[in-house]
Design a protein around this ligand. Structure first.
Ligand SMILES: Nc1ncnc2c1ncn2[C@@H]1O[C@H](COP(=O)(O)OP(=O)(O)OP(=O)(O)O)[C@@H](O)[C@H]1O
Length: 318
């Protein structure tokens, strides 16, 4: 077996046609329990890939293998063509990692923490630039233990970005951040991606996945249940037309294939033919001089698709 941290072949240059991240049939076990049960995906330079899933779905267990912190129990992981565990010395200079909890020493100041980290890197950003990026310039001389939770998270992110990584792995990057800081983090991720960095992230904020991710995989019990662009994933669920009817309205027209839920005057039509069914309803309403009160028509959201996977509702294959 190759010793950990042995000098190994360098990773390919940025212009090489190698996926930034390639995960094939990844499995991760804790004793008899298999937390990740054979997942595969690839992420290209300049792409953001989000792993979503309810608590315990296996996201962190998978990310720890990408980060080189754990070995797979099956399958392979390659970061820039190299094994992040066995070829750690080659991968590490190009990999930025934001763990779910970082455990930084509390008695160092923010500046000392960044300077210490900087010494382990080959081409780090200057400390002031790193602190400015995450809005911690004014907190540079404060001890880490005195930072708020959100400030500490931003320091974690500064450390992840410090080495100008080609691959960035972010485990719940904005948990605990206020809405303004969250937007600032999104801006930083966009900047990194524009510079060609590949990003793999997990989040419980679906609007974050919608904002950042080019592609998403939804994990359930260690398996990828659904994957695609945010729009493709949302599109696995029916759209909804919602309105209310006056008491004397005639019977609704037939809407073949739609699910019509009308517990009283309010009506929900769940449909995979939004435009056709909306046209039928509007024509019917005009013909019968009926007003569709509070009419709304909306495509399904990522949240609906996510909840359907979490509930174990079968997702139609496309
Ligand atoms: N060290 C461990 N020993 C035993 N089981 C573990 C260990 N770490 C994680 N697990 C289990 O593996 C499963 C997946 O955990 P993991 O932390 O990967 O989930 P997750 O999707 O990241 O969840 P969360 O959203 O809560 O962070 C869970 O059932 C968890 O209890």
């Amino acid at each position: 077996m190759q010793p950990v941290d042995a000098p190994v072949r360098p990773v390919p240059r940025p212009d090489a046609a190698v996926p930034a991240v390639e995960v094939t049939g990844l499995r991760r076990r804790y004793g008899a329990f298999e937390a990740v049960r054979g997942i595969s995906f690839a992420v290209q330079p300049g792409e953001v890939f989000a792993l979503l899933g309810v608590n315990g779905a296996g996201k962190t267990s998978a990310l720890e293998v990408l980060e080189g912190l754990a070995r797979p129990d099956g399958g392979t992981v390659r970061i820039l063509g190299a094994d992040p565990h066995l070829e750690r010395a080659a991968v590490r200079p190009h990999l930025g990692v934001l763990l779910q909890s970082s455990g930084l020493p509390g008695d160092l100041s923010v500046r000392e923490t960044v300077s210490t980290w900087q010494r382990t890197l080959t081409d780090p950003r200057p400390v002031d630039e790193a602190l400015g990026q995450v809005g911690l310039t004014d907190r540079a001389d404060v001890r880490v233990r005195s930072l708020s939770g959100g400030e500490r998270r931003r320091l974690d992110l500064a450390l992840a970005l410090l080495g100008r990584p080609r691959v960035l792995v972010l485990d719940e990057p904005t948990t605990g951040l206020d809405p303004e800081s969250r937007r600032a983090v999104w801006g930083l991720v966009h900047e990194m991606v524009d510079g060609g960095t590949a990003v793999v992230l997990t989040t419980h904020h679906l609007e974050e996945a919608e904002e950042l991710a080019d592609r998403i995989a939804v994990l359930r019990a260690g398996l990828i249940e659904l994957s695609g662009t945010p729009a493709e994933i949302a599109g696995t669920q029916p759209s909804t037309i919602r309105f209310s009817l006056p008491a004397d309205a005639p019977a609704l027209p037939a809407l073949p294939g739609a699910d019509v839920v009308a517990p009283g005057p309010s009506v929900d039509v769940h449909t995979r033919a939004l435009q056709a069914d909306l046209t039928t309803l509007l024509t019917w309403a005009a013909d019968h001089d009926v007003e569709l009160g509070g009419l709304q028509a909306r495509a399904a959201s990522l949240e609906q698709a996510f909840l359907a996977v979490a509930d174990g509702t079968p997702v139609p294959t496309r």
